[in-house]
Design a protein around this ligand. Structure first.
Ligand code: NAG
Ligand code: NAG
Length: 357
């Protein structure tokens, strides 16, 4: 008798109960809304490294001690370049880099961040051996590439106070000039404020894809730290001066935004590593940056966000001379991307073209 009256109540009660169940269970069956986030454990470990790097790099007593020593003895170690290789495979062009570094070891240090999945044999590469830092997994379309670059910067800051320039490169980069030409370009540039050296980092604000890339993590999630009109784009392949390397390693404010994973539906606009560095430096020291990169890349007919990859048959002295040409005050010093098979043809013209001005 009671059943016909009770059932609508029971039904609606059951329905009510099922609402939280749907919320609870749905994420297990629906595809995730965002790309994978950076693991907390990696973040914690990085933070400890970055804190140490900032503390030891900017301690005023050390700087003062250094300048007193300088004035007393009139000898200061010459500024060094930290070459930071960010790779997810073997560094096939290491023999070419060895030639580039030869005779200049007092002016440089080397650091390699490799994805743990990469197998590094580094054939005949004396300079590279023992220079591999503690690396973590990196993926495209994720902030892991930013983390890896910051890890390299922090390690190089801590390792040698003489590291004054920090050049980020990948396994598909090659040099276009002899080392002394590159070194002169860095130390002779002091058009920045207070006669400081400047960072060579591309900073652009007029890219057609900028809008989509700004919203890749969601609507308005970048606010208030990063308003759209302060959002910048540029190649990740930069040369930073020491004060900017410290700035990048110290930053937590912008990192908290840029580390957010992109929305799955906007993954084609997800290139955080091309935005974090130019946006941060343009906000904090725009006059200290040249706003262009020294690393040439060919975006003609690019496919799926990859630039043109040079094949062995394209390698020639003419190509090297062409790639050096720039519209800026400096000629290009490095170029990407070259297929691993280019090593042979590149070594053939190393002495006659690449390492000769
Ligand atoms: C850039 O790549 C295109 C092919 O995508 C090629 O035709 C062109 O020669 C390259 N430019 C230079 C300067 O190498
Ligand atoms: C230099 O500028 C010209 C004209 O704007 C452009 O066509 C060319 O691609 C530029 N070259 C380089 C190397 O950027």
């Amino acid at each position: 008798m009671a059943l016909p009256y009770a059932s609508p109540y029971v039904l609606s009660f059951l329905l009510l109960l099922s609402i939280p169940a749907v919320f609870f269970l749905a994420p297990r069956f629906l595809p995730p809304k965002t790309l994978p986030a950076i693991p907390d454990a990696d973040e914690t470990e990085d933070l400890a490294l970055f804190r140490r790097a900032v503390l030891l790099s900017s301690a005023p007593s050390t700087t003062k001690g250094a300048s007193v020593a300088t004035s007393l003895f009139g000898r200061r170690p010459p500024p060094k370049v930290a070459f930071l290789f960010l790779t997810n495979s073997d560094i096939v062009f290491s023999p070419l880099w060895e030639k580039f570094f030869a005779g200049n070891h007092h002016l440089l240090n080397l650091y390699v961040h490799a994805d743990p999945a990469a197998v590094l044999t580094l054939p005949e590469a004396r300079t590279f051996r023992g220079r591999i830092i503690r690396g973590k997994a990196t993926q495209r379309a994720s902030a892991t590439l930013i983390s890896a670059a910051r890890r390299l910067l922090a390690t190089a800051l801590l390792d040698d106070p003489a590291n004054q320039f920090f050049a980020l490169l990948s396994q598909s980069c090659i040099p276009l000039h002899p080392f002394p030409t590159f070194y002169r370009a860095l130390v002779s540039d002091n058009a920045g404020s207070r006669r400081h050296h400047r960072s060579f980092i591309e900073i652009l604000d007029n890219e057609p894809t900028l809008h989509d890339r700004y919203y890749a993590r969601g609507d308005d999630v970048m606010l208030p730290e990063v308003p759209y009109d302060r959002f910048r784009v540029g190649s990740q392949f930069f040369v930073l001066v020491r004060r900017h390397a410290i700035m990048v390693v110290r930053d937590r404010r912008l990192w908290n935004k840029f580390k957010m994973p992109c929305l799955m539906k906007r993954k084609d606009s997800c290139y955080p590593e091309e935005h974090y560095f130019p946006t941060l430096l343009d906000m904090q020291d725009p006059d200290g940056c040249t706003k262009f990169t020294l690393t040439r890349v060919n975006w003609t007919d690019s496919i799926d966000g990859h630039p043109h990859t040079y094949r062995p048959e394209e390698v020639s002295g003419e190509l090297i001379r062409e790639l050096r040409k720039s519209n800026g005050t400096h000629s290009y010093m490095f170029a990407r991307k070259f297929a691993p098979e280019c090593l042979g043809p590149l070594m053939e013209i190393a002495d006659s073209v690449i390492l000769r001005d």
